[in-house]
Design a protein around this ligand. Structure first.
Ligand SMILES: Nc1ncnc2c1ncn2[C@@H]1O[C@H](COP(=O)(O)OP(=O)(O)OP(=O)(O)O)[C@@H](O)[C@H]1O
Length: 370
């Protein structure tokens, strides 16, 4: 897919912006704090309906304004789509070709985007919560039903935790209610776990291949799902359902003591191995960064596999952190297949081969010039 036009209104430090004449490679240049990342963020927000930097939509609205709007014209295999999001105190509204969408999940997927930013190192180095967020955002982008189960699971989890907090000494009285929440928790939890395991298996296939290329064959990258119950490989829903129920009954006393749900997809994790060693613990900074990059690049292939079209690629301030060999690898892997938006403070940090066909945009205090 290809973004032809992008318009912003009262979005972060942009008052009104209309950009077109994008190319395959778009270089967004400017000093610090001028609005480069804000541009990439706006494209990602159109893909996911939320920002990678904040969960508070209010922050996207320009200081002193009461609403923000982002829209783009996206050329896809089967025609052009107009995507539009509007943020205000009343929440967010999504439109596809001018038609308001009742559910945001029906909007997600109209534009697909993969972003690689310096903070993605946290996918490898950070807490399990960062890795779960990575899984949720990526799977949700290509499978709207995943988002449905995730939302339902989170609702049930809150209710169940509230019940557990009051259950101490009242176990018999609350047993029926707990049974009801258990059933719903397990129903949605199993769907989430199954989809995550399938995703990781597919991601592994691409990530291993890409990582092999980037490292010149010296590193083998492997991924594995780390569940809070059962074995990593089990995908059979009936088996998962039974194992989850057994785990909940085993942990019941402990859960009541601690007032929280202690097993389920909200406690799961992923482990990365480089040549058999855990990358989180034993990987160098460079290996961890390359692992994060391989995962993101694998995702591009995966999205193409799932929907038959390549997403756009957003590279925020990362090229200068890669050595020239890795920059070239990145360039050559996706050249002419994937529309790319790159931010940088200057062109001297970027490999010259990247610049030949690039459309260059200069950003200064929320204004953009070609
Ligand atoms: N809601 C908002 N309203 C107005 N301005 C905002 C809002 N949110 C952020 N900004 C401004 O946007 C600017 C930061 O933009 P951005 O993060 O895109 O910078 P950048 O050009 O990518 O810089 P760097 O090179 O440092 O990463 C800051 O000046 C910040 O004050």
């Amino acid at each position: 897919m290809f973004v032809n036009k992008l318009s912003l209104q009262h979005y972060r430090n942009y008052d009104a912006l209309n950009l077109d004449s994008f190319g395959d490679v778009n270089l967004i240049l400017g000093r610090n704090a001028q609005g480069k990342t804000n541009l990439l963020e706006a494209l990602l927000v159109l893909a996911l309906t939320k920002s990678h930097r904040t969960s508070k939509d209010r922050e996207l609205i320009s200081f002193g304004q009461d609403h923000a709007a982002v829209s783009a014209e996206v050329e896809k295999k089967y025609g052009t789509v107009q995507v539009e999001l509007r943020f205000s105190n009343q929440g967010k509204k999504a439109k596809l070709n001018g038609l308001e969408q009742r559910k945001l999940s029906e909007f997600v997927g109209a534009l697909n985007a993969v972003m690689f930013a310096p903070e993605d190192l946290e996918i490898v180095k950070g807490t399990p919560g960062v890795r779960r967020r990575f899984l949720d955002m990526e799977i949700g982008q290509v499978q709207p039903s995943y988002l449905f189960h995730l939302q339902q699971y989170q609702k049930v989890l809150v209710q169940r935790n509230n019940l557990l907090k009051q259950a101490w000494g009242k176990e018999a009285e609350l047993a029926v209610m707990l049974e009801i929440w258990n059933e719903q928790l397990v129903e949605h939890g199993v769907k989430i776990i199954k989809k995550r395991k399938q995703f990781i298996k597919k991601l592994q296939k691409w990530a291993e291949q890409i990582h092999d290329g980037i490292t010149g064959g010296s590193e083998k990258l492997e991924l594995s799902y780390l569940p809070s119950f059962g074995e990593a490989e089990t995908e059979d829903e009936a088996v998962l359902l039974e194992q989850f129920m057994i785990k909940l009954s085993q942990m019941k006393d402990q859960e009541i003591r601690r007032g929280m749900t202690l097993a389920g997809p909200h406690r799961d994790d992923i482990t990365f191995y480089i040549n058999g060693n855990e990358a989180q613990t034993y990987g160098s900074q460079g290996q961890q960064r390359t692992t994060a990059l391989s995962l993101k690049l694998a995702e591009i292939e995966l999205i193409n596999e799932e929907i038959g079209e390549y997403p756009i690629l957003l590279l925020d301030d990362v090229l200068s952190e890669l050595d020239p060999y890795r920059q070239t690898q990145l360039i050559e892997t996706f050249q002419s297949k994937v529309q790319t938006f790159i931010t940088a403070t200057g062109i001297e940090s970027i490999n010259e081969s990247r610049l030949q066909n690039a459309s260059i945009f200069h950003v200064q205090e929320g204004q953009v010039q070609r």
